[in-house]
Write a protein that binds this ligand. Structure first.
Ligand SMILES: C[S@@+](CC[C@H](N)C(=O)[O-])C[C@H]1O[C@@H](n2cnc3c(N)ncnc32)[C@H](O)[C@@H]1O
Length: 294
């Protein structure tokens, strides 16, 4: 018979090998992931797993554990296997309809919170995916109103499902709306927001990262943009002007080599106070600026 501890030790070794072989990317932390897999199947937390490592696993548990371990060894992201990813300490449901929220995007949240207090204001999130940006801001700013849009209807359904799941963790959840839209296409011409934020697709279609790590399993609609990755960033920068209140900010997440290009886009469309900001890895991944009334 196999104990929790034996299965854990073998699984860690297998994941370490897959990481060394380049099947799993550098973000994979084998031991932590194996605890996640065990917790998912056995319904026990890591304290239990550590305390009762000598407990024997039954055949059904072993079959389930081996099945999800095999998926991970083929490179399938752990978040897609578990169906959950934590973002800003919120448990978000994830699916292959959209991107798995990244810790880097939390630095975008921090910047917005630093600039804006809880005074009532409106936020538009373009390409909302799971709704990660909306939910994180809504948790911290109970007076704000939100609209999140996405091109992909399954992503909108996912964000709506997360809205229901997070109702206990975020006050007055009905101030959050989600809808399907191709960027601004369904936004009324007159409708303006204090803040527009987006983490749009920005990877060039020939970028080698698309065939590595977790990204291989994520939809191209969430990742790839034409014009060397800049087409959507350009479209948003140009169109957001008509939907920002005077002096409102547009915040964009982008690739680590794109900040100069994004600054140029902001400049060419007449924005002011353009600034880039670093993510947790010290890369310029966020650029924001103000439009009108300055
Ligand atoms: C990089 S993901 C970001 C998801 C989420 N905001 C986050 O930060 O985790 C980009 C999102 O933009 C959406 N998207 C792509 N093209 C779009 C378009 N033309 N209009 C609206 N959303 C779009 C994708 O479906 C995807 O959910």
């Amino acid at each position: 018979m196999i104990t929790i501890y034996t299965w854990l030790a073998n699984a860690v070794k297998a994941l370490e090998k897959a990481k060394n072989d380049g099947i799993l990317d550098g973000y994979c932390i084998p031991k932590r992931e194996v605890y996640y897999l065990l917790s998912h199947v056995l319904g026990k937390n890591s304290a239990y797993l550590m305390a009762f490592g000598e407990e024997q696993l039954n055949d059904v548990e072993i079959a389930q554990l081996n099945h999800i371990l095999e998926q991970r060894l083929e490179g399938r992201p752990i978040a897609y296997i578990l169906g959950i990813k934590e973002f800003w300490s919120l448990p978000l449901k994830v699916s292959q309809a959209t991107l798995i929220p990244r810790p880097d995007t939390e630095s975008l949240i921090e910047k917005i919170l630093e600039l804006y207090s809880n005074k009532a204001l409106s936020v538009l999130d373009l390409g909302t995916g799971t709704g990660a940006i909306v939910f994180a801001l809504a948790k911290e700013r109970p007076n704000w109103q939100f609209l999140g849009v996405d091109l992909i209807s399954d992503a909108v359904d996912l964000a709506l499902e997360n809205k229901v799941r997070l109702a206990q963790l975020i006050s007055d959840i009905d101030r959050i709306d989600f809808r399907q839209s191709n960027w601004f296409d369904t936004i009324d011409r007159e409708e303006c927001f204090d803040i527009i934020v987006s983490n749009p697709p920005y990877i060039c279609e020939s970028d080698e990262h698309l065939s590595q790590g977790d990204v291989r399993f994520e939809p191209k609609t969430a990742l790839v943009s034409l014009a060397n990755g800049l087409a959507d960033l350009n479209h948003i920068t140009k169109s957001a002007k008509k939907h920002l209140k005077k002096g409102g900010h547009l915040f964009l997440e982008h690739g680590y080599l794109q900040h100069e290009s994004v600054k140029t886009l902001f400049l060419s469309h007449g924005y002011k106070n353009i600034q880039s900001y670093q993510d947790y890895n010290g890369k310029d991944r966020i650029t924001f600026a103000q439009y009108g009334g300055l």
